[in-house]
Design a protein around this ligand. Structure first.
Ligand SMILES: C[S@@+](CC[C@H](N)C(=O)[O-])C[C@H]1O[C@@H](n2cnc3c(N)ncnc32)[C@H](O)[C@@H]1O
Length: 290
């Protein structure tokens, strides 16, 4: 048996690692490779200590015996990877802007109060930089959207990142790599943090949602960003997720995925229309073009 103790006082046995792997896969669809063993030890050690348990075996026994909902949630929160940033993979935001320019010229759907409707879903939004980038860049490009029935749904399974996202406040270092034009989109707090302006924050609704669980919303969404989330899933789980996302996407809408992801091997319903940008094959405009 290998000793994956690292700086932890607890030993992670092969059997306990298997139990943890099985559990996070069952709950969140996340597949943990062997390379993640050290990470699992460091992330879960703090929890095992806080619960004053004797080690990982006792911890998993505790979870399996039907722990409190917050203990279950802490387990999942600890095992997600939340790396993100403003304007990450920025060609997607350029593409989204040109798509929305077309909708502004000729709205396709109408919503509340008979206003033109625009719905965007950031699925796996982490600490909020992705949905806020959508909100700030679209509002800057199309001030008229303030009068639209425009909402951005931002979901994640990790309740800690959602709480951070809700604040709309970030350290100044978050914008240090951005162009002056993009950095100007943010307000500043008295102590120098960057703050997402209220008009952009008002557009975004953050919700806890497990992508392999129930989805309470109806759609359709004009655009879905599901970027750098499915990389943590195995191929069958990815296939089911992208097929389901297709049922939420408007026929003329776009799906944006992460730079290292590819739908070709996992879902047959889409065609590639740009770099990591997809549309449904059922899109009538695409059929005409084909
Ligand atoms: C690496 S972040 C990606 C953030 C952002 N989309 C981006 O590309 O910058 C992946 C996010 O997916 C979330 N996630 C993982 N499994 C999930 C699941 N089953 N349901 C919902 N979100 C999940 C994680 O909590 C994490 O915040």
């Amino acid at each position: 048996m290998r000793d994956h103790r690292g700086s932890s006082e607890f030993v992670l046995t092969d059997r306990d690692f298997e139990r943890i792997r099985e559990r996070v896969y069952r709950i969140a669809g996340i597949s943990l490779s062997d390379a993640k063993r050290t990470l699992v030890v460091s992330r879960l050690t703090k929890i095992v200590r806080a619960l004053r348990l004797s080690g990982f075996s006792a911890y998993i026994d505790h979870l399996e015996a039907g722990a409190r909902a917050e203990d279950e949630q802490d387990f999942v929160n600890a095992l997600t990877t939340n790396l993100t940033r403003f304007f990450r993979e920025d060609h997607h935001f350029d593409h989204l802007e040109s798509f929305v320019a077309g909708l502004v010229a000729r709205p396709l759907r109408y919503g509340r109060g008979g206003r033109p409707r625009l719905r965007i879903w950031s699925a796996g939004c982490s600490t909020g930089q992705e949905p806020y980038t959508v909100a700030m860049s679209l509002l800057a490009a199309f001030p008229d959207l303030r009068r639209w029935d425009f909402r951005i749904l931002a979901t994640d399974i990790d309740t800690n990142v959602l709480a951070k996202a809700q604040t709309g406040m970030y350290p100044a270092s978050e914008v240090s790599g951005l162009s002056a034009q993009r950095a100007k989109l943010f307000d500043r707090s008295a102590v120098g943090e960057v703050v997402v302006p209220e008009a952009a924050r008002d557009l975004v609704a953050f919700r806890m949602l497990n992508l392999i669980g129930e989805w309470p919303m109806k759609g359709p969404f004009d655009a879905i960003l599901c970027r750098n989330v499915a990389i943590y899933f195995d191929k069958p789980t990815q296939g089911r997720l992208f097929d389901r996302l297709g049922t939420m996407l408007a026929p003329d809408g776009f799906l944006y995925i992460g730079h290292s992801e590819n739908l070709q091997a996992v879902s047959e319903g889409y065609r590639l229309v740009g770099k990591t940008i997809y549309q449904l094959k059922t899109n009538p405009a695409q059929k005409d073009a084909a």
